[in-house]
Ligand binder design. Structure first.
Ligand code: AMP
Length: 585
């Protein structure tokens, strides 16, 4: 296929922002693409030549591009650079100078998609001496045969600057519209920017099939090729060790009740670690590869993890899902994600950074084992398998801390334990659920902050006004800092009743606090920190007003915690963790 046909599609796609129109443009185009070309075309449409989980890089910076443009056109680097300053975009510069050049020479051959694709791919393979020269030659060879618009897109593709805005959804739909249109009869109308299909159910079935194939291959090029061969080929697509699978995503709920309603009772509850997801693969040959949640290959960045996956996990081949969490080397305590995030992109001094910022792998799911795809197995069984094959070694690799329960109280206790240990909260998992790649279905629920009621100590109170003049009606509340001091975090007055018969009243609270008064100034009283109350609130905010450095938005008193002494009130550390947790939700 001629590259010019693809360029024509790029131009059309650039003219619209409408997703359905883009889908239509791609699907019309794909109809004429041969089986040999289809993979190249799809990747180039996505602006790349390697799947996005492939860590290979072209290694072409603007300097090298300037040199290649100069070699191809005979125009000096300096002149091209000046033009670049004016235009601000090397793709556009390429178009302009190739246009000027072509008018004078009027000679060009047709450029094939395959040629463009092959030359660009070769760029990634070159290493060692003479690399710059050889890369320049490969690019210049394309540019000499390219028409002006073609040059623009070649340059942009090589520099990784293609932005044609084709999302995953549009690509998936385009594949369905192209290869299964005889079954679904989709009609797109440009005027209404709308589609009609003969039967929604059948349409959804094909969308689902294409999506499932994408979930396990992560590459539309492979999916489109299979779809072109037919439904059977599409259904035969299997997951492969070494190719990342879209990860299962979590839903969020606000109450334990809701969590249980979604995943069923009993459920597995696990610590929700504040790290980053790692999907670890081991192939029959013993190669380990690690991918992030966004499916980037980070094997090189985590030699430490590779080591303990190799040593502590039994089995010839597997794919498992886990969370890598940073910890403080000295104290062993977990650190928030920010502390280790720099490891993900790091390209140098990898050994040193792995020692300075060690991570512990918390394994929570397994999707493939010894040649078997496990996504349709029940979660409970998958977890049991993990328990059998992982030799736990704290600060290296452990199983996600977990418990099976249907009891709300137990969940609350586990939540506190999780947060106190530096985690974000809990995950609920449905015991009988499959692993659903790429989907945010209710098999896994995150639960971060609902129980963020705080148990706080009353350290001060204020006499009311008007009909509340006889009552201490507003209370200074405090948590405990790392030195054991009570530090204020706000003032609460809502939640108490004026009439005794309606519940916890101002009068009752006044009776409790009055004997505890240490000193009074105007309406304000300081009280001995004895009374612990449970407080609900909308949000924790940073605040210079209070000693703790935090304030509660809309605090509301729920009850007196007679069962708790002041030393059992929540700590400032706990407040900080809740604050961090809510920032991310
Ligand atoms: P969120 O990023 O808030 O949507 O929460 C989902 C993320 O929590 C997952 O992608 C994992 O990276 C992470 N996570 C931490 N602990 C667990 C766990 N025990 N099970 C599943 N995911 C977990």
């Amino acid at each position: 296929m001629d590259y010019s046909k693809l360029v024509d599609v790029y131009e059309q796609l650039n003219k619209t922002t409408k997703r359905l129109e883009k889908t239509h443009i791609i699907s019309e185009f794909l109809k004429d693409v041969s089986l040999d070309d289809i993979e190249h075309v799809i990747l180039l449409l996505e602006g790349r030549v390697f799947p996005n989980y492939d860590a290979r890089e072209l290694g072409v910076a603007s300097r090298l591009m300037l040199k290649s443009l100069s070699t191809a056109t005979g125009i000096s680097i300096e002149k091209i650079e000046n033009e670049w300053k004016k235009q601000g975009d090397l793709g556009l510069v390429a178009e302009l100078i190739v246009k000027a050049k072509k008018q004078s020479t009027l000679h060009s051959t047709k450029l094939a998609v395959k040629k463009v694709f092959d030359n660009i791919r070769k760029l990634a393979e070159l290493e060692g001496q003479g690399t710059v020269e050889r890369k320049t030659q490969l690019i210049a060879e394309l540019l000499t045969s390219a028409k002006p618009l073609e040059s623009k897109y070649i340059v942009k593709t090589i520099l990784g600057e293609m932005r044609i805005g084709v999302g995953e959804g549009a690509m998936r739909d385009a594949i369905v519209w192209t290869f299964f249109n005889d079954k679904i009869g989709v009609k797109y109308t440009r005027e209404g920017n709308d589609i009609e299909v003969e039967d929604r159910e059948i349409y959804n079935k094909y969308l689902g099939a294409v999506q499932s194939a994408y979930d396990v291959t992560n590459e539309f090029a492979v999916v489109a090729k299979a779809a072109k061969k037919g439904m059977q080929s599409l259904e035969n697509i299997e997951m492969q060790v070494g190719i990342p699978i879209q990860v299962m995503l979590a839903l969020k709920v606000d109450t334990i009740q809701e969590a249980f309603e979604t995943v069923g009772r009993p459920a597995a509850i696990e610590f929700k670690y504040d790290g980053f997801r790692i999907q670890a693969h081991k192939s029959d040959k013993g190669h380990i590869r690690l991918f992030t949640r966004r499916l980037e290959d980070v094997t090189k960045q985590f030699p430490d993890v590779v080591e303990f996956v190799k040593k502590n996990v039994k089995g010839k081949s597997f794919i498992f899902d886990s969370e890598a969490v940073g910890y403080n080397k000295k104290t062993g305590k977990y650190l928030p994600f920010q502390n280790i995030s720099q490891r993900i992109k790091r390209k140098y001094d990898i050994e040193k950074i792995s020692q300075d910022f060690p991570v512990e792998l918390n394994v929570f799911d397994i999707i493939y084992y010894e040649g078997r795809n496990l996504i349709n197995e029940k979660f409970e069984k998958r977890r049991k398998l993990l328990e059998k094959i992982i030799k736990q070694e704290p600060m290296k690799i452990v199983l996600a801390k977990s418990k099976i329960t249907s009891d709300k109280k137990e969940v609350e206790k586990f939540f506190k334990e999780a947060v106190n240990a530096g985690n974000e909260g809990l995950m609920f998992k449905a015991l009988d659920a499959p692993y659903k790649p790429g989907a945010r279905v209710g098999y896994m629920i995150k639960f971060k902050s609902v129980m963020e009621t705080l148990d706080l100590v009353i350290v001060g109170a204020e006499w009311g006004e008007g009909k509340r003049a006889k009552w201490l009606s507003s209370y200074a509340i405090a948590c405990i800092d790392e030195n054991g001091n009570f530090v204020e975090i706000g003032k609460a007055s809502t939640g108490l009743k004026e009439k005794e018969e309606e519940g916890l009243s101002f009068l009752e609270m006044t009776r409790l606090l009055k004997p505890l008064i240490i000193s009074e100034k105007g309406k304000e009283a300081k009280v001995n920190p004895k009374v612990v109350i449970e407080v609900e609130y909308e949000e924790i905010q940073k605040s210079p007003t209070y000693e703790s450095g935090y304030a509660l938005r809309f605090p509301r008193i729920i009850k007196i915690r007679e069962d708790k002494g002041p030393e059992e009130a929540n700590t400032l550390d706990y407040v900080k963790k809740l604050y961090e947790g809510q920032k991310k939700s």
